[in-house]
Design a protein around this ligand. Structure first.
Ligand code: ATP
Ligand code: MG
Length: 224
């Protein structure tokens, strides 16, 4: 056993990374890897949204976005792609995803939703948001240089205060209920900037894996 890990339980702790992944990039992948290491996660599931509730329907089909997620996580035994939102009708609500994961995995396993700071500012608009923390923990990471990052609403400040922990071990002692903030390497990469580079015929190399760029070229995505 590694020094420092002796205090961690044998509980299975699964990270959940949801997003449009239009396309997935090194910001998503590196954030998940560092949180897996820092929080001693047993696995991370990437869950592409079919129809994100807070965005217009992505131009690139869910099938292509999921295929790019699979290419991005290839070779990492900690990572997997979970298609459950793609197999559901209608908007992809996180609460439904968590309920379905609990059905499958039971109440004992610890689940940790990985969320960037920009997404968290809108968390109190998510469908049945107050029930989400009863089903999972939340790990927040600061996203660099987000334009117009909104301040947290009063209800989110209260939410943070009542669930906050600085102790990563708490995520192993209970299955749900804590919010932690984690520092990860700041990578100012977004799918929006990748799409915009590709539309301008600029290179998106070094922002995402080459295998995904190859896929984008093959299917001529993001060029129209
Ligand atoms: P878009 O520009 O289309 O919104 P995006 O790059 O923001 O794409 P999303 O699929 O919207 O990617 O993000 C999914 C999740 O990943 C969100 O919680 C978001 O905050 C987080 N995330 C995205 N990019 C980064 C990054 N570079 N660093 C840390 N977290 C990120
Ligand atoms: Mg985004």
């Amino acid at each position: 056993m590694q020094a420092g890990s002796a205090t961690y339980s044998k509980k299975t702790v699964i990270g959940l990374s949801g997003g449009t992944f239009d396309p997935i990039h090194f910001g998503h992948l590196r954030m998940a890897q560092e949180l897996a290491d820092n929080l001693h996660l047993s696995a991370v599931r990437f869950i592409p949204a079919a129809q994100p509730p807070h965005k217009s329907t992505p131009e690139v089909s869910a099938k292509h976005r999921a295929a790019m997620v699979r290419l991005g996580i290839a070779g990492n035994s900690l990572f997997s792609c979970d298609d459950r939102e793609l197999n559901r009708e209608g908007a992809s609500y996180t609460i439904d995803t968590l309920l379905s994961l609990r059905d499958e995995l039971g109440a004992d396993i610890s689940l940790v939703l990985l969320i960037g700071s920009d997404a968290f500012t809108k968390f109190d608009t998510w469908h049945r948001w107050q029930e989400i923390i009863q089903l999972c923990h939340i790990a927040l990471v600061q996203r660099p240089m987000v334009e117009k990052q909104e301040p947290l609403s009063k209800s989110l400040q209260n939410f943070l205060q009542s669930h906050y922990t600085e102790n990563a071990e708490d995520l192993h002692s209970k299955s749900a209920g804590f919010v932690t903030m984690q520092t990860v390497t700041a990578l100012d990469i977004s799918s929006t900037s990748i799409r915009s580079n590709l539309q301008k015929q600029h290179s998106a190399k070094y922002l995402l894996p080459d295998s995904i760029l190859e896929y984008i070229r093959t299917y001529q995505l993001y060029t129209k």
